[in-house]
Design a protein around this ligand. Sequence first.
Ligand SMILES: Nc1ncnc2c1ncn2[C@@H]1O[C@H](COP(=O)(O)OP(=O)(O)O)[C@@H](O)[C@H]1O
Ligand SMILES: [Mg+2]
Length: 260
Amino acid sequence: MNNLNGKIITVSSVKGGVGKTTITTNLAGLYYLMKKKVLIIDLDLYAGGVATLLNVNNKKDIYMLVDALSNNKQVELADYVSKYNNGIDILACPRDPRDVSKIESKYINKIFELAKHDYDVVLVDTSHSLDEVCLVAMDASYNTLFVITNDLVDIKNMKSLVSIFKEMEKTNYKIVLNNSRDTGRDYITLFDIRNMIKGNIDYTISKNFYIKNIDKYVLNGEILTLNKNVNRFYSGDIKNMNKLALSLIEEVKKEGEIDG
Ligand SMILES: Nc1ncnc2c1ncn2[C@@H]1O[C@H](COP(=O)(O)OP(=O)(O)O)[C@@H](O)[C@H]1O
Ligand SMILES: [Mg+2]
């Protein structure tokens, strides 16, 4: 496959544990069902869990790829990814945390270029610290998805980010409110959240999508959106997530050139 047009989607947040990795794998499942070739890059370099969550026993990791690139070797991305199924591959986070500090952000762009050739959609899972690596990833992404929860600190920090994006005229991001993570907490209404962040909440994952026995799926390395029962019981939320998945890769018409 020689695509050139693969779309990089970064999944980020201003707080940890909000459901990023779960949402990333769910999106991967949905793109897979759309017959897209998907790569998940685990840029939660210190504490990434994509390979573990998906039960993939990876021999290779992103550090090994960076190491090869830094030695100017002829590099095939395929030699560094691990297979989840016939349409989803993973580029895992470093197996050895001591390697993380050796990953310079300039290699992220190179990896993305390679990934865009081989895949239709590249999902980048991140940590919640907006470090250099994450910022470079976001900058090179077609779209970034921010995950927030119904939490005052989370909302306040998202507000700061939205205001910075306004200043930068950055528009290629979406915000999803994840009510499925912490179901007891919904005292701030959607209306108030929108007012507080002075921006739009593009999608909501409802509290109905709280999956009590999620660990059962995790232990099997299952992607929720690829599970028949999950699709049956949570069809409303899955439908909504599908809309979100489509909107993240949707082609945006370029505005006409302004004269003068
Ligand atoms: N819809 C859900 N229902 C139940 N538990 C969930 C759901 N989404 C996420 N979780 C659980 O919440 C925890 C944090 O989710 P995770 O996706 O790892 O967040 P992050 O990547 O932002 O740290 C995990 O233990 C995960 O299994
Ligand atoms: Mg995570």
